[in-house]
Structures are given as C-alpha cells and as structure tokens.
Design a protein around this ligand. Structure first.
Ligand SMILES: *[C@@H]1O[C@H](CO)[C@@H](O)[C@H](O)[C@H]1NC(C)=O
Ligand SMILES: *[C@@H]1O[C@H](CO)[C@@H](O)[C@H](O)[C@H]1NC(C)=O
Ligand SMILES: *[C@@H]1O[C@H](CO)[C@@H](O)[C@H](O)[C@H]1NC(C)=O
Ligand SMILES: CC(=O)N[C@H]1CO[C@H](CO)[C@@H](O)[C@@H]1O
Length: 606
C-alpha cells in the first residue's frame, strides 16, 4: 500500500486514530497528541501571577485570543503524521460504536476557559540567548490550558503555537482537536530575516506586517539594513541634512518611527538589530554632512570596463577610511542610533570594499604613497582599529556583527577580533567552515540558499544582453535561457531549497557550536511595499522551522514531505493574518495532500 493511499484511508477514519488536521509551524520539538477527542474552548481568560494591563504577556494574550475569535480558522489541508504500517486500522469502526464513543466524548469534554501561564523569571530581558522554551498542555478534565515558560518571551511563543492549534469545528465552536502536550525550545538562538530600506523604502506598516509573520513563525531577529549608497532614510538629530538623500520627505523614518518598530517587535518577542553598512555601500546621507568623508561617489561605477569598477552596483561610494573627519561623523551617527535601538547587538556592515574607489580619495592615495609597503589589507585594518573602539564604546554589553568579507575577502583585515559575529553569505558550507574554524560565531545567510531576492532578472538598465532574438537549446544556453538572466545569485530560492539546507554539515562539534543561527536577507533593489511580503513569505517560514526545530525527524531523516502541508497551510494562515504571502501551489495541492508530489514514493526525501 502506498502512503498516498494510506492518507486517503486515514482521513476516512481519522477520529479513531487521533489524526489531527493541524500542526503548528514551526513544528514543536516535541508534540504528543492524545486520542480522547476534541477539547472545546470558550472565552479563554489569561491567569498569570503578573497580568497587569500594560504587561507584554497580557497584550500578547489579548492579541492571540482576538485573532482566534476573529479568524474562526479552518485549515484547508490535512497534516497528519504518516502512520506506521502496523498502526494502520484495517477496517472502519461500526456506526454504533463510533456514535457511542462520540456521545461519551461530548459528556467528558470540559470546556477550556483559562490559560494559566507560569513564568519563572519575569525580568529576563529580550536579548541574545534569552531562554525561549515553553511547555503547553491541554489536558482532559482540566478547564485550563497550562503554559510554563522560563521567561515571558517563551510564553509568547507558546501563544503563537496555541493560536495555530485552535480551529473551528465547522459548527460555531472553537476546539483543540485532541488533548495535547508540547515541550518546545529553539535549536538556535538567532533566527532572522533581513530587510533592506536603503535600495527602496519600506513603510512602517509594511515593517509591522513582516513582524507579524515573524512572530507567527517564531523568528526572533529583524536585521534592519537601514541605508545604502542609494538612499539615507533615517532622521539623525546630529545631522538633519542626511535625509536630503532620502527618496522623498515622506520616505523617511523619524525617531518615533524607529522606536515604534522596536516596540512592536519587542511586544512579539522579536529583537531589532540595525545595520549601518560601513565603510563600503556608503554615499547617501554621509555626503550631505561632508563630501570629503565619502570616496568615489561621483565616479562611473564601470561594470562595462570591470578592471576600473568602483562599485558592484550603481551608485558608488565608500566612507573614506583615512580622513579623520569620517570617524567623527560615524561616531555621532552610531551613538545616536544606539540610543534608539536598545538591543545589545549592532551590525556595522563591512562587506564589498572596492579598491578602485579609493583612487578617488587624496587621503587614501597619499597614505599609500607615504609608505609603499601598505596594502588594502592594511587599509582595512586601519578601519577596524579605528572604528571598532568607537562601536564598542557605547556599552559593555555591545556586541558587533559584520559581514564575513572583512576576514575572508582579498581586501580583508588581518586582525579582526574574534568576538565580532560574522554573517556568512558566500560559498555556502565552505565559508561557514572557514569562519567557525577560526573561532568566529557565525550567522548563516548563504546566498545560494537563503537570499530571497535572487532569480528575478537584473535591474541595471540599458543592458544589451537582453537584446537576443535566438531561441537556444539546453546545450547552448545564453544569458536569458539557461543563464543567470542578470541575477548574480540566480535562481530563485524556493522553500524546499531553504528547508533542506544542512548548514552545519561536516563541521566538527566545536565548529557547530559557533553557528548561532541564520538570517534570510531580502535585498531590495527590486522590492518595496508592493511586493516585500510576497517575497519574504512564506519562504521565511521554511527558514523559521529549519532554525527552530530543524529539517529532520527523531530518526535523523529529512521531514520535507511532512513539512509540505505545514507550509501550505501556514501560507493560508499568514494571508488570513494580513501577511501577503506568495502562492506556492495550485490550491488543489493544498486540498489534496501529496497529490502534487514529484515522487510517488513518499519516502523519497527521507
Ligand atoms: C516527548 O514528550 C513525551 C511526553 O512527555 C516523552 O515521553 C518523550 O520522551 C519526549 N520525546 C523527546 C524526544 O523528548
Ligand atoms: C587605481 O589605482 C591602481 C594603482 O595605481 C591602479 O592599478 C588602478 O587601475 C586604478 N583604478 C582606477 C579606476 O583608476
Ligand atoms: C561532507 O563529508 C563527506 C564525507 O567526508 C563528503 O563525502 C562530502 O563531500 C562532504 N560534503 C560537503 C558538502 O562538503
Ligand atoms: C509589482 C511587482 O513587481 N510585483 C512582484 C513582486 O515580486 C513577486 C514575487 O517575485 C511577483 O510575483 C510580483 O509580480
């Protein structure tokens, strides 16, 4: 018998073997369903030792219950554990037997009226490594859903799990389908997505929408790439002229906007880690303070004559590493932003230095002339030695993140402190291996697996490579067919690509300890409010499960087959919650589990 047929048969007799229609995403580390029948809910009230009006917990519960009531959710597809052959019932129970069983269940079903939340440490701050574990019980005979958590942040995760467990029974009643016991905690403490508001502006309401999706999928870090060469959208009191390089006066963030995003995120157990990318990817904003602190802003970026290129994309610009004024401005901007973003961590960029750019700086060219033995590695070391003390000075608990380029690229610095966290985006496993080998903590963002902007063509204009009329065969690919189509990191990364990434493969245990999590970046050259949600979701949810509970079952086998219905349902749930997630399949595939699989053999990915 095939699994597909098992599924069909399973549905027919679902009640007898406690199959359930829902499983939350991310899958909890340990979820145990009972089989005594549905548990109805009615006006569930929060009971906690501290449930004051303004508490994070109370607000979160109010949101959760409000969502449960207003959605009255019915999942479209069925997720059920694939039964073992010997567990599979061979005949349907007789009508009278199932009728009397149903009657008994109805008698026994005590409605759940309370959610009791027991938090061990009410004061634990939302910072890296805070305990996010929780347990959740909806038991027989008890009138309360019981949640225990070490911290408020763990309790919030319990709520987003609970929210996905409660469904409509189709007759105006909310139920949890079976008694359930959950023990849950994340595999990795750092689980993020990266939004880029430098290439295009993203409005505050759209940022909230991303945070809603993150909360539902238990992602806990919004990495906010604030600016880039193209625009500077952030108001800075010290230099109000910087936002002359915003796209418009409306496409800016006030301090209140920034604080509101941080507060909205925190209320949902999400940290916001800002990035000011330095010293490369810098022109807009900075040049308004003093054009002398930016090199090559007015050069031709020159990808058409690559040996002379000053940037990897238009428009060029890098902070002048030798001009002392640079550090005064960097300090003032960084300190002001550190007062708004209260996370202990801050991302200070460090990627993609282009040597040619500094030919346009008299400070740098004279510095090289002073001592002909100096190299670009020395120049980057000068940046590290001068800028890092500024970055570390704001507080004792400040920890920095940089892109891996600063230690791995040709123009690397030779001595980068190993307490700086490295975000790895090139060469997949190879760079993760190199960085962890050298003792750096690593955030995985491998572009071949996790870049959500890839595979949508190029954006640079007047590109003659698109002016091709032939129709090549697979053996003679060109730029447009079988080639990269102008996207340097093509193709598009599908949810299956993301979910199956084993990013600690072949690392030693000691190296694997240095991998603290992953972030899926969405660079926004071709992204703004119109499609930001569509590109993040639901693919970010594949990452969310990968870093929360992994992509394997208890036996170490890939569980992508089971994840299919989870992510298809979750996409519907995101949309219902106002997160405009992309369509993954014809809805037929959602409603007919596994009918759209490539392989008839359901174990293909096991
Ligand atoms: C999952 O929870 C059940 C019930 O508490 C327990 O018996 C089982 O050992 C747990 N499994 C794992 C893998 O922790
Ligand atoms: C920058 O200077 C270097 C060294 O003099 C030279 O090799 C390179 O071609 C110059 N680049 C540009 C864009 O002028
Ligand atoms: C991992 O290690 C195995 C065994 O040494 C090797 O065959 C495989 O190619 C490695 N995989 C990668 C991606 O490095
Ligand atoms: C207006 C626009 O460009 N929308 C696109 C945003 O990205 C998604 C996903 O690639 C496309 O489907 C939209 O057409």
């Amino acid at each position: 018998m095939t699994y597909a047929r098992l599924y069909a048969a399973l549905l027919a007799v679902a009640s007898t073997i406690a199959a359930v229609q829902v499983n939350p995403l991310p899958a909890p580390r340990n979820i145990t369903w009972g089989n005594s029948g549905p548990k109805p809910l009615s006006d569930v009230t929060l009971r906690a030792e501290r449930d004051t009006e303004d508490s994070v917990l109370t607000n979160a519960w109010d949101r959760t219950w409000e969502t449960i009531i207003s959605l009255d959710w019915t999942p479209a597809g069925v997720e059920a554990p694939i039964p073992k052959f010997d567990e599979f019932p061979t005949s349907t129970p007789s009508a009278s037997a199932s009728a009397s069983a149903a009657a008994k269940r109805k008698r026994d079903a005590v409605p759940l009226r309370f959610v009791d939340v027991d938090v061990e440490d009410w004061n634990a701050d939302l910072q890296h490594g805070v305990d996010e574990s929780y347990t959740l019980d909806a038991k027989d005979g008890s009138g309360a859903i019981e949640i225990t958590a070490k911290t408020v942040w763990g309790a919030l995760h319990a709520f987003t799990t609970l929210q996905q467990l409660v469904i409509s029974d189709g007759h105006g009643r909310l139920i949890i389908e079976q008694p359930v016991h959950i023990e849950d905690a994340p595999l990795y403490p750092y689980r993020g997505i990266m939004v880029d508001t430098g290439r295009n502006f993203i409005s505050v309401p759209k940022l909230y929408e991303q945070l809603d999706g993150m909360a539902l999928s238990k992602l806990n870090v919004l990495h906010w790439h604030l600016d880039d060469t193209q625009s500077w959208p952030v108001h800075i009191d010290a230099y109000p002229q910087m936002t002359k390089d915003a796209y418009s006066t409306r496409e800016t963030y006030s301090h209140d906007d920034l604080r509101n995003v941080v507060a909205y995120a925190r209320a949902r157990a999400i940290r916001v880690i800002p990035e000011v990318d330095m010293p490369a990817h810098s022109a807009s904003g900075w040049q308004q303070v003093d054009p002398e602190i930016v090199a090559c802003a007015n050069s031709w970026w020159s990808n058409d004559n690559w040996p002379l290129h000053t940037a990897v994309q238009p428009n060029p610009g890098q902070l002048d590493i030798i001009n002392p004024k640079t550090y005064e401005v960097v300090r003032n901007v960084y300190e002001e932003l550190s007062g708004i973003f209260d996370d202990n961590w801050f991302h200070v960029g460090g990627d993609e230095i282009q040597p040619n750019c500094y030919n346009f700086s008299s400070y740098v060219t004279e510095w090289f002339q002073e001592d002909p033995s100096r190299t670009y590695n020395d120049l980057m070391q000068h940046w590290i030695d001068t800028a890092v003390p500024i970055f570390e000075s704001v507080s004792e608990s400040r920890r920095l993140i940089m892109w891996e380029d600063v230690v791995l690229n040709t123009e690397h610095a030779d001595d980068v402190p190993t307490d700086i966290v490295m975000q790895s985006w090139n060469n997949g496993l190879e760079n993760i291996d190199k960085l962890t080998e050298r003792g750096y903590d690593v955030i995985v963002s491998s572009s071949d697996f996790m870049y959500l902007d890839c595979g949508r063509g190029g954006y640079v204009t007047n590109d003659d490579r698109y002016n091709v009329q032939d129709n090549p065969t697979p053996d003679t690919p060109n730029f447009n067919y079988g080639g990269i189509g102008g996207s340097w990191c093509a193709p598009y990364k599908t949810w299956q690509r993301i979910y199956n990434y084993d990013f600690t493969l072949n690392l030693t245990d000691a190296q694997a300890e240095h991998v603290i999590g992953a972030t899926a970046p969405l660079w926004s050259e071709q992204v703004d409010d119109v499609n930001v949600s569509n590109l993040f979701w639901p693919r970010a949810a594949a990452l969310a499960e990968l870093v929360w509970s992994g992509n394997r079952d208890a036996n170490g086998n890939k569980r992508t087959t089971l994840f299919t219905q989870r992510i298809l349902n979750f996409r519907e749930y995101l949309v219902a919650n106002g997160v405009m997630a992309a369509t993954l399949v014809p809805k037929y595939c959602l409603q007919h589990p596994h009918a759209c699989d490539l392989n008839y053999d359901q174990t293909a990915l096991y």
